[in-house]
Design a protein around this ligand. Structure first.
Ligand code: GAR
Length: 201
């Protein structure tokens, strides 16, 4: 069975959706590690509750991005991790790690990329006044929020939406889309050709 590592920095609702999907047999993998760059991330509590090994990768002890990546890479290799799933991981990974896990790291972003890249996708979509926004699952490459797109889901912004109400609907969409994409990745049905991702079968 393939092993995945999930990287989180915060609340971990996407991690929980992944844990649930594994439990229900919708994702055929073992979560071999939950890694966080924040010691107080609630995601670590969720992982411990589910009996998943956790690791706090301390960015203060590893201030250099390259060193951080080398440390993380050693941990992934030691635990025989096949794929890395970023789920609200708010740190940019150095090219060292991306090269070693080429097309084996995916990310979820709360906007329709390439719009509203960065740490505030929901807020920026709302303040820009777009009528439609959504969620993007993509492979991670050397440029932030840039890699080939695996799947997207859209939703309408309501006139009375605030950041919280919109975030709620975005998260609901994420919790459906991410396990689906992870499952395709694990089944090795995703073929990357240039910027395009083809789904086999
Ligand atoms: C999710 O909405 C995810 O798309 C976003 O952080 C949230 C984490 O929520 N990621 C980014 O903004 C990455 N640029 P969670 O901790 O409840 O899963």
């Amino acid at each position: 069975m393939k092993k995945i590592a999930v990287f989180c920095s915060g609340y971990g609702s996407n991690l929980q959706a992944i844990i649930n999907a594994v439990k229900r047999g919708r994702i055929n993998a073992e979560i071999g590690l939950v890694l966080s760059d924040r010691v107080d991330a609630f995601a670590l509590v969720r992982a411990r509750r589910a009996g998943i090994p956790v690791l706090f990768a301390d960015p203060v002890a590893l201030p250099d991005r390259e060193e951080f990546a080398r440390y993380v890479c050693r941990q992934l290799t030691a635990r025989k991790i096949d794929f890395v799933v970023l789920a609200g991981f708010m740190r940019i990974l150095a090219p060292y790690l991306i090269r070693r896990f080429r097309n084996r790291i995916i990310n979820i972003h709360p906007s329709l990329l390439p719009c509203f890249k960065g740490a505030h996708g929901i807020r920026e979509a709302l303040s820009h006044g777009v009528k439609v926004t959504g969620v993007t699952v993509h492979f991670v490459d050397e440029i932030c929020d840039n890699g080939p797109i695996i799947s997207q889901g859209s939703l309408k912004i309501k006139e009375d939406d605030c950041e919280q109400s919109l975030a709620k609907r975005i998260h609901k969409l994420e919790h459906r889309l991410y396990p689906e994409a992870i499952s395709l990745l694990l089944e090795e049905r995703l073929r990357v050709k240039g910027r395009k991702v083809y789904i086999d079968g």
